[in-house]
Write a protein that binds this ligand. Structure first.
Ligand code: CA
Length: 230
């Protein structure tokens, strides 16, 4: 079986060496780059299955690399996991909105590194249902039928408002993915709809309450947004 290929873009040598060691040990084929420019070039040459991208880089930073990768037709689908430091929540939000798939906050354990790599590669291989495909979803104790706007939690029918339903369906279509508030607003109302981040938080509170014990599947990702439990 061909090994999956990972490119790591990170300027700190110690961290780069640690990531390289752990990913090779986990059975991946790994290539490294130490600047944004080098990383951008290597993605196009090496064509990795996944990119680990540090945000704080000399020269063009991680967010700019992410933006460029998403704009280029040959790299716009390449999965990206951002490597971030504590306190970079605003950059994480921006990165997710630019199309990054996930992020890891430093310092992280080898287990987290490997688990996130596998999770993103798995999700990309089998993309979840996209919102709007009208397919019912069964996950944990929830049954969600978009065509009929119907939800059952632990076998009980739940009455949701239209926007609560849209919100739940969006998150449950892609368990494990973090959505920022802006992404949620855009997905539910179409881009440009003027609604505040606070309104999303209020919807989430209402939705969790109505779902009872199933409400805990909607997880808050502090400083970033929300995700449905995998
Ligand atoms: Ca750095």
């Amino acid at each position: 079986m061909n090994k999956e290929r990972i490119l790591v873009i990170e300027d700190e040598e110690d961290i780069l060496a640690l990531i390289h060691f752990n990913l090779v040990k986990a059975g991946f084929q790994v290539e490294c780059a130490m600047t944004g420019e080098e990383g951008f070039t290597k993605v196009r040459e090496y064509k990795p299955d996944l990119v680990f991208l540090d945000l704080m880089l000399p020269g063009i930073d991680g967010l700019e690399v992410c933006r460029r990768l998403r704009l280029a037709p040959d790299t716009k689908e390449t999965p990206i996991i951002m490597l971030t430091a504590k306190g970079e929540e605003d950059d994480v939000v921006q990165g997710l909105e630019l199309g990054a798939d996930d992020y890891i906050t430093k310092p992280f354990s080898p287990q987290i590194l490997q688990a996130r790599a596998r999770a993103v590669l798995r999700r990309r291989a089998k993309p979840g249902k996209t919102a709007g495909s009208e397919q019912p979803i069964e996950i944990h104790d929830l049954y969600i039928h978009p065509g009929r706007n119907k939800v059952k939690a632990c076998g009980e029918n739940i009455e949701l408002t239209f926007s609560e339903f849209q919100l739940l369906y969006l998150l449950a279509c892609r368990p494990g993915w973090v959505f920022t508030r802006t992404q949620i607003v855009d997905a539910i109302h179409g881009e440009g709809y003027a609604v505040t981040d606070r309104a999303v938080d209020v919807q989430i509170v209402g939705l969790r309450k109505k779902l009872g014990s199933c409400g805990e599947y909607i997880e808050t990702v502090r400083g970033i947004g929300y995700r449905f439990r995998e």
